[in-house]
Design a protein around this ligand. Structure first.
Ligand SMILES: Cc1cc2nc3c(=O)[nH]c(=O)nc-3n(C[C@H](O)[C@H](O)[C@H](O)COP(=O)(O)OP(=O)(O)OC[C@H]3O[C@@H](n4cnc5c(N)ncnc54)[C@H](O)[C@@H]3O)c2cc1C
Length: 389
């Protein structure tokens, strides 16, 4: 059951308050010191956002991907790293909540909804890169009650700060059919988990995306999500929609902040020789107007796609993929152009646009990458199988 619209409005207002009061003051230090946004995430948990996308049946707020996108947009206006860390927690929790056993409800969903547990998604691997649906991490049954996992995951957002990881695995590394992987929950305190170097990216510097090595990691069989190997359903009905909308929301937040920076600069910047502000220049008015139109088009496509998915419409996936692609192109262009509008002040190190440009640049290359999405949109339109290579 989804929330009533007035409840969603109250939740979004609460997210705005947290963004302004807790997240905004910390954004510069998170970027400069490459710090995971601890205070922001803890506040979101304390204020009831932990179970945002977990169904009410399991103690969550029962929100769909439209609300997820809007919350990430609000957080992303102040700090993109916080938005993506929170977004990945929501994607992980949506996968756990899709078809949970009683033990999974007790061990994971209840603490997630109580704001005591952060989870995240560990799909990407160095070997298969942007083909995130082709894990090579191996999982074997070793006793009646336990599996053993071996492999390595890259770019795990929330890194060592999460309490659990939704890890994609294959049970037969040589013969696994394309896309037929399973997901299992690995607890952070499992023996055999080791972490690679600290994240030191060009942008998204607080997101703590790190390599996670799994060496003979034992997990209880009760941590397997769904039935072994039936994950195509998970991928297209849970992972992709939540992943795409968490990302689209985050990057819309960056774009909207860049537009605000440009508006502020144009309004405040006066030239002595004209005695007027840049806001009165028609070329700059035109440029800002064009950027706004492209932002609003990407935002409305995102909202439409998310609402279509929440309503169970059959073509929702095409819209969701298109929204991620559109937002990724748009955010890079908007921040880039906003920097031109802000002149030398925007270009200086330490300006907000400097950070926004670095953060925005991750949008097209984060899986599901824009190029892969474009191919899949084409395949869907042509009635061809999406995973045909
Ligand atoms: C900030 C950040 C956070 C991340 N967080 C997570 C996370 O929490 N969990 C997680 O699992 N992963 C995460 N990732 C991983 C991310 O999704 C990967 O960067 C992504 O999978 C790309 O993999 P790669 O770098 O190996 O690219 P490559 O596979 O080397 O691809 C390079 C380029 O080639 C293109 N390309 C490759 N194959 C094709 C094809 N068949 N058709 C068209 N184009 C193609 C790609 O689109 C890409 O542009 C994160 C990454 C970043 C940067």
């Amino acid at each position: 059951m989804h929330m009533q619209s007035q409840e969603v409005t109250a939740l979004l207002l609460k997210a705005q308050k947290i963004a302004k009061e807790v997240i905004a003051p910390k954004v510069d230090s998170s970027d400069e010191e490459i710090r995971w946004p601890e205070e922001a995430i803890r506040t979101l948990q304390k204020e009831g956002f932990g179970g945002l996308v977990v169904p009410t049946l399991y103690g969550g707020s029962g929100c769909g991907v439209l609300t997820l996108a809007k919350v990430c947009e609000i957080l992303g206006q102040e700090c993109a790293s916080t938005a993506i860390c929170f977004g990945m927690h929501c994607v992980g929790s949506s996968v756990i909540a899709a078809n949970p056993t009683e033990a999974q409800q007790t061990n994971f969903l209840t603490p997630i909804c109580n704001g005591e547990h952060i989870t995240t998604l560990s799909l990407s691997e160095a070997g298969t890169g942007s083909s995130f649906y082709l894990p090579q991490t191996d999982m074997k049954a070793i006793t009646d009650d336990e599996y053993c996992i071996n492999g390595s995951k890259t770019f795990v957002t929330n890194g060592q700060h999460a309490d659990s990881y939704v890890v994609s695995v294959v049970t037969n590394t040589t013969d696994a059919p394309v896309g037929l992987f399973s997901c299992a929950i690995v607890s952070s305190d499992s023996e055999g988990v080791a972490w690679g170097a600290e994240w030191d990216g060009m942008g998204m510097r607080g997101n703590s995306s790190r390599t996670m090595d799994l060496h003979d990691v034992r997990v209880p069989k009760s941590n397997l999500l769904g039935r072994q190997g039936d994950q195509i359903w998970y991928m297209f009905n849970v992972v992709m929609p939540y992943f795409l909308m968490a990302m689209a929301g985050t990057y819309l937040g960056i774009a909207s902040r860049a537009l605000e920076e440009a508006k502020k600069h144009l309004s405040r910047r006066y030239h002595t020789h004209t005695g007027s502000s840049l806001a009165q220049n028609s070329v700059l008015q035109h440029r800002l107007g064009s950027l706004w139109a492209s932002f609003e088009a990407a935002r409305q496509l995102t909202y439409h796609a998310a609402a279509s998915f929440d309503a169970g419409e059959p073509d929702a996936l095409i819209a969701l993929m298109s929204a991620k692609v559109q937002v990724s192109d748009t955010v890079v262009n908007i921040v880039n152009e906003a920097m031109t509008l802000c002149g030398g002040i925007g270009y200086r190190k330490g300006s907000r646009l400097h950070m926004l440009l670095r953060d925005a640049r991750a949008a097209p290359l984060m899986a599901p990458t824009s190029d892969v999405m474009r191919v899949w949109i084409g395949r869907a339109l042509l009635g061809q199988p999406l995973l045909s290579d």
